[in-house]
Design a protein around this ligand. Structure first.
Ligand SMILES: [Zn+2]
Length: 210
């Protein structure tokens, strides 16, 4: 499993920021935003705290193949009455622009490693999407009816659409042509917020009596 590289840490001091500290990854760089009035000691303490918290959050969001299969079984039981039972569910780095794919004949599901690190409601949606394809190959009404019990389908589709939009704006990827899994045009709707990627500390800070 991929670990977070100990890349550079950039501390941003903001006068507008009063009682919150946020941290997020920008490529290899970890950006920590702190109130401008923080002392050096507070800066050190909070950078350490936020980097630790960010790493813990990312570990939670990067389950192993085994955890992926367990999660798929839970989702099938909860939203599909247990009717979809894949033989394997694994991460795959060969999905091109697809978020996932399945092979109904042998019951295998692959989830793109691009989904790793996304919020869990998005991963759940991608898993459910492929689970539903074990039951329904196309994207017809019957297919979407299978997903209707999952309350965050539209939100997750919006999230993924936003990611795709950002990638397209960032330039074409070499694997753009790889888009043929028998159910093309996976997942397209409007964008959504990405604030789930930030770690924000608020309550802790209030306790510090700044
Ligand atoms: Zn699909």
């Amino acid at each position: 499993m991929q670990q977070n590289p100990p890349g550079p840490i950039e501390v941003r001091r903001s006068r507008k920021r009063v009682r919150t500290v946020t941290a997020f990854r920008d490529g290899d760089t970890t950006v920590v935003s702190i109130p401008a009035r923080f002392t050096r000691a507070q800066e050190r303490e909070w950078v350490h705290r936020m980097v630790t918290r960010l790493a813990a959050q990312e570990r939670r969001r990067r389950p192993s193949d085994e955890q992926l299969a367990t999660r798929a079984a839970e989702l099938s039981a909860r939203y599909l009455g247990g009717t979809a039972s894949p033989t394997s569910v694994t991460w795959s780095s060969k999905q091109g622009r697809r978020w996932g794919s399945c092979t109904p004949v042998d019951g295998t599901i692959r989830i793109s490693t691009r989904v790793r690190g996304m919020p869990s409601f998005v991963l759940d949606y991608v898993l459910l999407h492929e689970l539903a394809h074990l039951l329904q190959p196309g994207h017809g009404a019957e297919f979407w009816a299978l997903l209707s019990a999952y309350p965050r389908t539209e939100r997750a589709r919006g999230f993924l659409e936003g990611v795709s939009f950002g990638e397209e704006r960032g330039g074409a990827r070499p694997d753009d042509a790889a888009r043929d899994d028998g159910h093309p045009d996976d997942d397209d709707t409007d964008g959504d917020d990405l604030d789930g990627d930030d770690v924000v500390a608020r309550d802790d800070l209030a306790d510090e009596d700044l």
